[in-house]
Design a protein around this ligand. Structure first.
Ligand code: FAD
Length: 385
């Protein structure tokens, strides 16, 4: 019987890894099944654009996996039993269980709610396609007359607030952050960001912490109520609770604890990649949840699965973190490089050139998911005896 590899999630990490494995392993010896909630590959890096009202390219997973023997199962994963090696799923036809011999967990993350009351009921976010579409529908309802409040001061908040401001100039847009907006950026990048925010007419409230969200306001710890017709939570990501609930060893933030080869330390037949994995980067700090981290963690997890199942040597993939590309609408961006200690370097690429580079990076990331060997021929590695 072939060895059953099941990949959970078909985002940047899961779709890339599955496609890579399918191009390296002998289909007579291995089956690869991908389980994903949606039938499409979702370019999560562009979801703020979708929320703002732009159309994204449609990328069906059947196209992404074309030319491989990958079996796609569109279903919602509800749990894992790592003892029995089963995954529980539900779809339109009801509940089911999928058996695996090797599991690759790549379910990504969602918007963190930081335990703030009212977020689930009243706030919007841009960390998943259905959520981005809900926000978009709300912005359509508001037309040119409404107040939008973005909560957060880091990458997603900056990208979301500038994108909405550029696409919906009639709205009154504010941002509230518990720290400084882009406070970690180098001086040049931060000055550029603040100029862009000013140009878009975005009102910024720094050093202000939201303690509850209501239907038409977000209330800060000092009692200030920010009246809002759409409050957007963009204050970091949180991983899905499925891993912890399934008994896999996890970190306090819910990310799965792995060895350097991306194997779960509690269940070594479970491998992890993308936002769901806790891994220390070359700089001695945890890799941030980012597409930039999904690349090396996916390559390492796929290499470990191939090595463990075929007896080949497992290469060590570098876990570097070099910087952040931040879009400021469609025509502007900053690219902030960081040093080996993850501190922002003084200089930064800014303006239209940075926007073009960012757009090229996003296109390359989506392309790589369908072309995981980057044009190199694949293999047909047989299972080890
Ligand atoms: C608006 C926005 C902009 C971003 N910009 C950048 C950027 O510029 N640079 C950068 O490096 N990073 C950026 N990120 C972060 C980046 O998107 C993530 O780090 C990256 O997507 C992680 O990849 P992943 O494969 O782990 O997760 P994902 O890409 O989120 O994929 C997870 C997959 O699992 C599926 N899934 C989840 N739960 C279930 C379930 N229960 N059942 C079935 N399927 C499920 C999802 O549908 C999805 O297909 C951005 C994120 C957002 C939201």
């Amino acid at each position: 019987m072939p060895h059953r590899i099941v990949v959970l999630g078909a985002g940047y990490a899961g779709a890339f890894s599955a496609n890579y494995l399918a191009r390296q392993l002998d289909p007579d010896d291995f089956t690869i099944t991908v389980v994903n909630a949606e039938p499409d590959f979702v370019e999560r890096l562009r979801l703020h654009q979708l929320a703002a009202g732009q159309e994204l390219r449609h990328r069906p997973l059947t196209d992404v996996f074309a030319g491989t023997d990958i079996r796609l199962r569109v279903a919602r994963i509800t749990g894992i039993d790592p003892g029995q090696r089963t995954v529980s799923v539900v779809d339109d036809t009801g509940g089911d269980q999928i058996r695996y011999d090797t599991l690759l967990y790549a379910l990504g993350s969602t918007a963190a709610d930081h335990g703030i009351p009212g977020v689930a009921e009243h706030a919007f976010h841009v960390a998943a396609r259905p959520a981005a579409l809900r926000l978009r529908a709300r912005l359509d309802e508001l037309g040119d007359d409404g107040k939008v409040l973005v909560v957060g001061g880091n990458l997603t908040a900056i990208e979301a607030v500038t994108e909405i401001a550029e696409s919906r100039p009639g709205l009154r847009i504010s941002l509230v952050t518990s720290g400084e907006l882009g406070g970690w950026l180098g001086q040049k990048a931060r000055r550029h960001l603040l100029r862009a925010v000013d140009r878009f007419g975005i009102t910024v409230h720094e050093n202000t912490t939201i303690e509850r969200v209501e239907a038409s306001a977000a209330v800060a710890t000092d009692g200030t109520a920010f009246v809002s017709d759409a409050t957007v939570m963009a204050a970091g990501f949180a991983v899905h609770p499925i891993a912890a609930a399934s008994g896999l060893a996890v970190e306090p933030n819910g990310q799965i604890t792995v060895d350097r080869q991306m194997r779960s330390v509690s269940h070594p037949d479970v491998y992890v990649a993308g936002d769901s994995v806790f891994i220390i980067g070359n700089n001695g700090q945890p890799l941030p949840m980012s597409c930039a981290s999904a690349g090396p963690t996916s390559k390492q997890a796929a290499a470990a699965i191939i090595g463990d199942r075929t007896g080949r040597r497992i290469p060590t993939i570098s876990m570097s973190y070099v910087g952040n590309h931040i879009s400021l609408g469609r025509k502007d961006a900053v690219y902030q490089l960081v040093d080996k200690q993850a501190r922002s370097k003084p200089g930064a690429l800014r303006g239209r050139t940075a926007a073009r580079v960012k757009s090229a990076i996003l296109d390359t990331a989506a392309w790589a998911v369908s072309h995981p060997t980057f044009g190199k021929p694949g293999h047909n590695y047989a299972a080890a005896e």
